[in-house]
Write a protein that binds this ligand. Structure first.
Ligand SMILES: C[S@@+](CC[C@H](N)C(=O)[O-])C[C@H]1O[C@@H](n2cnc3c(N)ncnc32)[C@H](O)[C@@H]1O
Ligand SMILES: [Zn+2]
Length: 1005
C-alpha cells in the first residue's frame, strides 16, 4: 500500500516548523558540541512518520500535524514536545535504519515516535555523540535522585528541578527530584573545576578571564618581534537592530600601537570616566575599512582604528616597529626579497619553524631560550576581565606572556605522557586544515597554556569515571555501574572537546559576540591571527568550562524528556561501515531514512580528529605510559586492542564522500558515485521488499545529484516515488533559495522497481510529455488540497514549488523505467537528469497552454523561471538552464540574455554570477536600457522590446521585425503572463506588466 509520504504531506508547514530550529529555537542538545549538517528535528519527525503510515492514516492534514507536534498551538517550537500517544500507538513495532547517522536527528525522532531505530556511524567521534544523544538518556531516564534546594542552586539545576519535580520555585529548604545522570554531570563537572582551582601550577597561569593572543614574528628587516594583528578591533557591538545607518553601539573598543606597545581604547570606559550619560548606548559613527580597521566619530572626537598588519592571502605583513613590509620569501633556508613564485612566504616559514622548535623543545633537544628565538612565537595582546557580564580590556604585559613560557616548561617535564595529543593531522587535507599554520600534530593547535590545561582536564575527567564507578559498586551490578560511569564520563568528555573547540589558536576572537569562535564551525579549520583563550575558572560564557557543563545539562534534560515520551521503543547505536554492516544480522527494516554525505561537502574523518584525540584520552586510561581501553573501547582500539591513532588513518578510506587528496594518498581508484552505490547496495539487503528508502540530500552541483541518481536508479534498481524540498540546517531557507531550490535540499523516497521497464524516448516522446504534465497536475492539485494553511503555495515568491514539482514529476516518470534510451543511446544518470529538466520545462509550458517554439524565447523563459528574487543566476543554476534549452552560457551571453557580474565577498567565496537581462521596472527608460543591451541579438527578444517601447511611449514607431517573428514575440508576451498566473513569475514583474500593455495595444499595432 502506498504511504502517506507518497500521497503527499504538508511540507510547507513542516518546513516552517523546521525553520524555527535556529537561534533560540535550536534543539538544546545541539549546543553540547558542534557537528556538521544536522537535520532539523521537526522535518525528520514528519518525514519518518509519513514514510511508515499508510496513505489513508489521517483524514485531514491538521490532525496529522497535530499528532506530530501536539504543542504547536502553544507557541513552543514544534520539536520541543513529544509526538502524541495516538501517533506513537500507530507506529508501534515499526523499525527504522539510519546507516549514516551523524549526530542522530533521524534515529532520535524515530525513537520519539515509538519506532525501533538502529543508528550506524563510521566515525568513532560521531559514535560517541550518538551514545550521548540516543542511548544514555533512554537507559537512565528512570533513575532519579532527591536533591535539597541548596545543592540544586549551587549546581545551577533550578530549571531541571522545576521541570522534573513539576514545581514553580526552588527554595533552599525544599527537596527536588532530579534525573540522576544530570545531577552527576553537574556535580562532577563542578568537582573537576574545583580540583583544577587547587592545582598550584594551573592556578598560577591565569589571572584574567579571557586573553586574546596572536603570533609575533621576528622582522627580517629590523630584527624585532612584531605582533601580527589580524584585527585591531576588540569589540564592535551594535545596539538593537543591525540596520545600516544605525548609530547606537553597545560596545566599542579597539587596540592601538603606541611607542612600541599595545594600548586599549575603550569608548564605553571613556564615556564613564567623562560621565557622558548612558554609556551602554554610544552614539557613534563608525566606518570600517574591510572589517579590520576604520574610523570612529564619537562625542566630538575622531579616532582612527588601525588596519590589520598581516594578510595571508596576499602573503604580506608589516613590521609595527620599523614599518617595513614583510613579504620576504625563504628559499633554501635563506630569506630573500623574492618573487611570489619563489620558496615560502617568510611568515609561513616562520610558523613552521615554530612548530618544529616547539617539538624539539618539548623533547629536550633545545633550550627554552632557543625556543624563544624562533622566528615566530605566540604572544598575548590583551587580557580581559568579566565583570557583571561586561568585559574590561587591558593590554597584556610581558609578565602575562611569560605565563605561556611557564606552561611550556611544565609541558616539557611531562613530555612522553600519552595525554599529549601528538597524533598526526591528516597529511593530505592541506587546504581545509589551515596550511599557513604548518601544524602537523594536533597538540600544535593549542598554545602551551591551553594545552596544559586541556591535559589536566583530561586527567581529572578520567578520575571522575573511576570514582563514579567505584561508588556505584555497592548496590549496582558491575555492568550497570560501568555503563553509568561511561555515560557520566562521556558527557564530561563532550564538555572538554567543546572547550578545546573554543580554546585553540584557531578559535578566532569575535568582535560582535565577544567570545572566541569555534575552530570547527566551518567546513575546515581556518587560519586566524587573533584568537581567544579562556581561563578555565572564568564565569560561564559560551564555550568555556562552566558554560559547557550547563549546555550538557540543558541538552540532557531535553533528551531525557524526549526519551520519556515513548516507553516501548528501542534504539541501538552501531559503529560500522555502511558498506559492511557486519553487526546487523538477518534483520529487516520497514524503512530506511538516511542522510548520506554530499560529495565533497565535509571531510568528516580528518576534521573531527580534532575531537577524536581528546575523546580517546578522556574515555581511556593510562598504564605504563600507554593508553588502555576503558570506556567505549571499540571506538579507540582495534580488534587486536591496538590504539587507533586517528580516524583519518583508519576510517577515511571508508568514508563515503569525494576527496581527491584522500583517494590519492590511499591509492584508491573510486568515484563518489561508486562509494554511494556500494553503500546503498549493502543497505538495501536489510530493507523489506516493500519498504521505502528515504534519502536526504543537500547539494547544489548537478554532478552531485547525478551521483545519487546513479547509485539509486541505475545501479540499485530503484525508482523515485516522492520528493520534497526540505528545510535543512543551511543558513538559506528553502524560501530564500527561491526558484533555485531545485538545486538545494531534498528528501526523496525510493522503491524497488518492479520488472523490466525499458523506455525509448524517441518513440514515447509525446506520451512522456503528457505523462509528466499529468503527474505535475496531480501533484499540484494534491498540494493545493493539503495547503489549507492558505496560499502557501502561491505566496512563495516566484513559485519555486511549481518548478520543483515539475522537475520531480519528470524524474519520477523517468526513473520508473530502465534502461532509458534517446536517439538510440542508453542514457547515463547525468543524461537522465538532463532529460528530466527538458521534460519538466516542456511539461510546464504545455500545461499552461503556452506555445513558444523559438529557442531563444525558451531560454529566456527558463532563465526567468530560475532567476533569484533579485534577478540573478549562479553558475550551478545556470547549468540547469543550459540543459533545459541546449545552449551554453556563452551563447546566452551572446544572445543578450545574461551578463556576467562580479560579486562581492572574500576571494574564496567569489563565484560566477550572472544577471538575467530583463526590464526590472515598467518605465520607458528601463525598456530602453534593456533594448540597448538586447538589440540585434535575438530576433524575438529584439522584437518584444520594440513592442514594449511602443507600448510604454505610446508612440507608434515602425517595428522592424517580420510578421513571423512578431507573432513569436507576442507568444512570448503571453507566456510571461501565463507564468505569472502559475506563480512562476511575480504578479508585479515588470516584464509581465509590459507584456500586458503590449497585448492590450495589439489592436493599433
Ligand atoms: C550528512 S551526515 C549525517 C547527519 C545526520 N543526519 C544528523 O542530523 O546529524 C553523514 C554522516 O555519514 C557518516 N559516514 C560517512 N561514511 C560512512 C560510512 N561508510 N559508513 C557509515 N557512516 C558514514 C559521516 O561520518 C557523517 O556523520
Ligand atoms: Zn621591523
Amino acid at each position: 500500500m502506498p504511504t502517506l509520504l507518497e500521497r503527499g504531506i504538508p511540507i510547507e508547514a513542516i518546513n516552517y516548523y523546521s525553520s524555527a530550529e535556529k537561534g533560540p529555537g535550536r534543539p538544546p542538545h545541539w549546543e553540547m558540541v558542534f557537528w556538521w549538517t544536522r537535520k532539523p528535528l521537526a522535518g525528520a519527525r514528519g518525514i519518518i512518520a509519513a514514510s511508515l503510515l499508510p496513505d489513508n492514516a489521517y483524514q485531514s492534514t491538521d490532525s496529522f500535524l497535530y499528532d506530530l507536534f501536539p504543542c504547536i498551538n502553544e507557541k513552543r517550537t514544534a520539536h520541543s514536545c513529544n509526538p502524541s500517544p495516538r501517533l506513537i500507538e500507530k507506529l508501534r513495532g515499526k523499525r527504522l535504519l539510519d546507516p549514516f547517522a551523524g549526530f542522530g536527528s533521524i534515529p532520535l525522532e524515530a525513537s520519539r515516535l515509538g519506532v525501533d531505530a538502529v543508528a550506524v556511524e563510521l566515525l568513532p567521534t560521531a559514535y560517541v555523540f550518538l551514545k550521548a544523544v540516543l542511548e544514555y538518556p533512554r537507559l537512565f531516564r528512570d533513575r532519579f535522585v532527591e536533591v535539597d534546594g541548596k545543592t540544586v542552586k549551587e549546581l545551577g539545576l533550578e530549571d531541571v528541578a522545576k521541570q522534573f519535580s513539576g514545581r514553580r520555585e526552588v527554595s533552599e529548604s525544599g527537596r527536588y527530584r532530579v534525573p540522576m545522570l544530570i545531577y552527576d554531570v553537574a556535580r562532577w563537572g563542578s568537582w573537576v573545576i574545583n580540583k583544577l582551582r587547587e592545582d598550584p601550577v594551573i592556578r598560577e597561569l591565569y589571572d584574567a578571564d579571557v586573553y586574546i593572543g596572536t603570533w609575533e614574528v621576528k622582522c627580517p628587516v629590523c630584527g624585532r618581534y612584531t605582533p601580527l594583528v589580524g584585527n585591531w578591533w576588540l569589540a564592535r557591538v551594535k545596539k538593537g537592530n543591525v540596520k545600516k545607518g544605525n548609530k547606537s553601539y553597545e560596545r566599542l573598543a579597539w587596540m592601538e600601537w603606541q611607542n612600541g606597545e599595545i594600548k586599549v581604547v575603550d569608548l564605553n570606559e571613556q564615556c564613564r570616566q567623562q560621565r557622558l550619560g548612558n554609556c551602554n548606548n554610544l552614539s557613534a559613527e563608525v566606518t570600517t575599512r574591510g572589517e579590520e580597521g576604520g574610523s570612529v566619530r564619537w562625542a566630538n572626537q575622531k579616532f582612527v582604528v588601525p588596519i590589520k598588519n598581516v594578510d595571508a592571502r596576499d602573503e604580506t605583513a608589516q613590521c609595527l616597529y620599523c614599518r617595513a613590509e614583510i613579504n620576504h620569501r625563504v628559499v633554501n633556508g635563506k630569506v630573500v626579497k623574492g618573487d611570489k613564485k619563489d620558496g615560502d612566504w617568510y611568515v609561513k616559514w616562520a610558523l613552521r619553524q615554530w612548530n618544529e622548535n616547539y617539538e624539539k623543545y618539548l623533547r629536550g633537544e633545545i633550550t627554552l631560550d632557543e625556543l624563544r628565538q624562533s622566528p615566530a612565537r605566540p604572544t598575548l595582546l590583551v587580557k580581559i576581565y568579566v565583570k557583571d557580564g561586561d568585559l574590561q580590556f587591558k593590554p597584556a604585559t610581558q609578565q602575562d606572556t611569560e605565563k605561556l613560557w611557564k606552561a611550556a616548561e611544565e609541558l616539557r617535564k611531562m613530555w612522553g605522557d600519552p595525554d599529549i595529543p601528538t597524533e598526526q593531522i591528516s597529511i593530505y587535507e592541506t587546504k581545509r586544515i589551515t596550511p599557513i599554520l604548518g601544524a602537523n600534530r594536533w597538540y600544535q593547535f593549542f598554545n602551551p597554556r591551553q594545552l596544559l590545561t586541556l591535559i589536566k582536564l583530561v586527567k581529572l575527567i578520567r578520575q571522575v569515571g573511576h570514582m563514579v564507578e567505584e561508588k556505584l559498586k555497592e548496590g549496582w551490578n558491575s555492568e550497570d555501574a560501568h555503563k553509568y560511569a561511561e555515560a557520566v564520563t562521556t558527557y564530561l568528555a563532550i564538555a572538554l572537546i567543546k572547550y578545546a573547540d573554543f580554546n585553540s589558536i584557531a578559535s578566532h576572537w569575535t568582535i560582535t559576540w565577544l567570545i572566541p569562535n569555534e575552530a570547527l564551525a566551518m567546513r575546515g579549520i581556518a587560519m586566524v591571527w587573533n584568537y581567544g583563550e579562556y581561563s578555565p575558572y572564568a564565569p560561564a560564557r559560551t564555550g568555556n568550562w562552566l558554560r559547557n557543563i550547563e549546555s550538557v545539562i540543558e541538552g540532557l534534560s531535553y533528551l531525557i524528556n524526549a526519551a520519556s515520551g515513548s516507553s516501548t521503543s528501542s534504539v541501538r547505536v552501531l559503529l560500522d561501515d555502511t558498506s559492511e554492516l557486519s553487526k546487523l544480522e538477518s534483520e529487516k527494516f520497514d524503512v530506511i531514512v538516511t542522510d548520506p554525505p554530499y560529495a565533497d561537502d565535509v571531510p568528516y574523518s580528518e576534521l573531527s580528529d580534532f575531537y577524536y584525540v581528546w575523546l580517546k584520552r578522556a574515555l581511556s586510561y593510562v598504564e605504563n605510559n600507554e593508553l588502555k581501553p576503558r570506556f567505549l573501547p571499540e571506538a579507540f582500539f582495534d580488534e587486536f586492542v591496538l590504539e587507533i591513532p586517528t580516524q583519518w588513518q583508519r576510517f577515511a578510506p571508508k568514508e563515503v564522500s569525494e576527496n581527491e587528496g584522500r583517494w590519492e594518498h590511499f591509492s584508491l581508484k573510486v568515484t563518489f558515485a561508486e562509494l554511494l552505490t556500494r553503500a546503498f547496495a549493502n543497505v538495501l539487503r536489510f530493507l523489506r521488499e516493500d519498504g521505502l528508502l528515504v534519502v536526504y540530500y543537500v547539494a547544489k552541483k548537478p554532478e552531485a545529484w547525478a551521483a545519487l541518481v546513479d547509485a539509486l536508479w541505475r545501479e540499485n534498481g530503484l525508482e523515485l516515488v516522492a520528493a520534497y524540498p526540505v528545510e535543512t540546517e543551511s543558513e538559506e531557507s528553502v524560501v530564500a533559495r527561491g526558484k533555485a531550490s531545485v538545486l538545494g535540499g531534498y528528501v526523496s523516497a525510493w522503491r524497488r522497481r518492479v520488472g523490466e521497464r525499458p523506455l525509448d524516448l524517441d518513440v514515447a516522446g509525446e506520451e512522456a510529455f503528457r505523462e509528466v504534465a499529468s503527474r505535475l497536475e496531480d501533484r499540484l492539485k494534491a498540494l493545493r488540497r493539503l495547503e489549507e494553511r492558505r496560499e502557501a503555495l502561491r505566496s512563495r515568491k516566484g513559485g519555486a514549488t511549481t518548478w520543483v514539482y515539475s522537475y520531480l514529476a519528470a524524474l519520477e516518470y523517468l526513473t520508473a523505467h530502465y534502461p532509458v534510451r534517446l536517439g538510440g543511446v542508453e542514457l547515463s544518470s547525468d543524461g537522465l537528469m538532463r532529460q528530466a529538466v527538458v521534460l519538466a520545462f516542456e511539461a510546464l509550458l504545455r500545461s499552461s497552454g503556452i506555445k513558444v517554439t523559438d529557442r531563444d524565447a525558451h531560454a529566456y523563459l527558463a532563465l526567468r523561471i530560475m532567476e533569484s528574487e533579485s534577478g540573478y543566476v549562479d553558475s550551478d543554476t545556470l547549468s540547469y538552464v543550459e540543459k533545459a534549452v541546449g545552449l551554453e552560457h556563452k551563447d546566452l551571453v551572446r544572445l543578450g540574455l545574461i551578463t556576467e557580474v562580479e560579486t562581492g565577498g572574500p576571494n574564496v567565496a567569489k563565484r560566477k554570477t550572472f544577471e538575467v537581462l530583463a526590464p526590472r521596472n515598467d518605465t520607458v527608460d528601463e525598456v530602453k536600457r534593456v533594448y540597448s543591451l538586447q538589440r540585434g541579438r535575438s530576433a524575438v527578444l529584439d522584437c518584444l522590446r520594440q513592442l514594449q517601447l511602443n507600448a510604454t511611449t505610446r508612440i507608434r514607431t515602425l517595428i522592424t521585425c517580420t510578421s513571423e517573428v512578431r507573432e513569436e514575440a507576442l507568444n512570448l508576451a503571453r507566456a510571461l503572463i501565463e507564468l505569472s498566473k502559475l506563480g512562476l513569475l511575480d504578479k508585479d514583474d515588470a516584464d509581465v506588466k509590459l507584456s500586458r500593455l503590449v497585448l492590450g495595444m495589439e489592436w493599433w499595432q
